[in-house]
Design a protein around this ligand. Structure first.
Ligand code: UD1
Ligand code: MG
Length: 475
């Protein structure tokens, strides 16, 4: 918790998120703010931050792809604040954008202006900015840039006070030499914002209504303008192109990797980890290079993940070892892997795979919607779909459950201690009785008796002294 969170501001926080711009340089049919970082839309990161600020309300300004952008926001859980939309058509500048939100903003709030394409601002930073505004003055988030080209410059008076923001295209050569720039993020009392926005015009190089002009109005009204300067450019970096999207993705992932390592996770290489969702880890988890985690993944104490695994929506219990190149995707049903299980290399666990303790799933084995009890093994080249597998069952190489008759799925029940030989086809619905054995190469279509050896294949025949056909002589 930051110190600012211990001294909360009394004014409610209302957030305006500008998300109407086109994002031409993305060269994409998808609205820019719906492109993803860490598996979440850029705009969603901004909404998450707004939620952690305990905002009263969030107004998203939409324009390009408005229907899609609004639908994407509504699909997420935003119960923590009132979510409203204001459309901006056409887009006449950032000041014009915020003007569209004014009917949604009560006079008693502090308005925090954010951009939907700036995803990695930390809540802490915004708390400091809001504190700098004190709830009664305009506060700007600024930073020094080695190359400030393209940004609005912070013009200060001789005594250091902020006088104006001048856009690149309107700046004099001396102003262009200023390295302190406006991040695009500000906190401003709603009542003042309304007063100042009413005075905007578009008499500037771009013929746009600039939100940044309100700084001059504040100064003209004799009000002081606060600037809160940060050093971390990633927090205010926007996404305008696929290159910038990829750069911010890496910055985001490195942040996730560092948080995991601080919690004790051993990462073979923090630069080769991708978490596109939520990964939670108990103590002594180790993760080798090039693993991708998606959705909600929980790794128990001492779990080891080999190189090049893709794991989504799964709970993996203590001590399990996931060998390299394993693909686990629980989708909506989830996957559970019991304590001490050994999975892979090259295994595939699909939705509804429920593995008990010490289950072994080896190379080229696929498990879908199946329960495997403690100690069951399928070590090579097998398919278990819609099956209930008892304790200590050994499922042989090349064997499969034929669960689909072309129209419907059926279950296979394999009771405890059954041994299924190699290359068997178990045609569902079918039950194999406890302790039974199925001979290799069998196609089992009827239930088998407990303890019995069941064999269902052509009998081996021997034709003595068989001579192979001879090659015909060349004509
Ligand atoms: C803006 C600031 C500039 C600052 C920079 C930081 C202004 C006039 N300038 O410039 O001082 O240094 O951000 O990145 O504010 N948008 C709308 N409707 C519009 C125009 C823009 O919703 O009519 C949205 C865009 O989608 C984007 C955000 O507002 O999310 C910023 O707009 P952009 O055009 O990128 O502003 P800049 O020219 O970069
Ligand atoms: Mg911009």
């Amino acid at each position: 918790m930051s110190s600012t969170q211990q001294q909360p501001l009394h004014a409610p926080i209302d957030v305006v998120v500008m998300a109407a711009g086109k994002g031409t340089r993305m060269k994409s049919a998808l609205p820019k703010v719906l492109h993803r970082i860490g598996g979440r839309a850029l705009l969603q990161h901004v909404l998450d931050t707004a939620a952690s600020l305990q905002s009263r309300k969030v107004v998203v300004i939409t324009g390009h792809g408005a229907d899609q952008v609004e639908a994407a926001c509504l699909a997420e859980d935003t119960a923590q604040f009132a979510l409203e939309f204001a459309r901006q058509e056409p887009q006449l500048g950032t000041g014009h954008a915020v003007q569209q939100a004014l009917p949604h903003l009560a006079d008693d709030g502090v308005v925090l202006v954010l951009s939907g394409d700036v995803p990695l601002t930390q809540a802490d930073t915004l708390f400091h900015l809001i504190t700098a505004s004190g709830g009664n003055k305009l506060a700007l988030l600024t930073l020094d840039m080695a190359d400030p080209t393209g940004y609005g410059r912070i013009v200060r008076g001789s005594e250091g006070s902020v006088q104006a923001i001048v856009e690149q295209k309107d700046a004099t050569p001396e102003q262009r030499a200023i390295r302190e720039v406006y991040s695009g993020i500000m906190a401003v009392p709603a009542a003042s914002l309304k007063r100042w926005l009413a005075r905007l015009d578009n008499q500037n190089a771009q013929k746009e209504y600039y939100l940044t002009d309100i700084v001059r109005f504040a100064v003209a009204d004799g009000e002081s303008v606060a600037a809160f300067k940060i050093g971390d450019a990633v927090q205010v970096a926007g996404v305008n192109s696929p290159v910038q999207l990829a750069q911010l993705e890496r910055a985001y992932q490195l942040g996730v990797a560092h948080r995991l390592m601080e919690e004790g996770v051993r990462l073979a290489d923090p630069a080769r980890l991708d978490v596109r969702g939520d990964l939670s880890c108990a103590h002594d988890v180790s993760i080798d290079v090039n693993c991708v985690f998606m959705g909600q993944v929980n790794l128990g104490e001492g779990v080891s993940i080999g190189a090049n695994c893709v794991i989504a929506n799964a709970v993996i219990a203590a001590g399990a070892v996931i060998h390299p190149f394993t693909h686990i995707d629980g989708e909506k049903l989830g996957v559970t892997v019991g304590a001490g299980s050994l999975i892979g290399p090259f295994a595939r666990l699909r939705p509804g795979a429920r593995l008990g303790e010490e289950v072994h799933i080896g190379n080229f084995v696929e498990v879908k919607n199946s329960t495997l009890a403690r100690g069951a093994k399928a070590n090579h080249l097998a398919y278990l779909g819609d099956a209930t597998v008892g304790e200590r069952v050994n499922f042989g190489a090349g064997s499969i459950t034929a669960n689909y008759d072309g129209s419907n799925k059926h279950r296979t029940v394999i009771e405890a201690d059954v041994h299924v030989g190699s290359n068997c086809v178990l045609v569902a619905p079918v039950t194999l009785g406890a302790g039974g054995t199925v001979g290799g190469g069998s196609t089992i279509t009827k239930d088998t008796a407990p303890g019995a050896l069941s064999v269902a294949r052509g009998k081996q025949v021997a034709i003595a002294n068989w001579s192979r056909p001879q090659k015909a002589p060349k004509a």
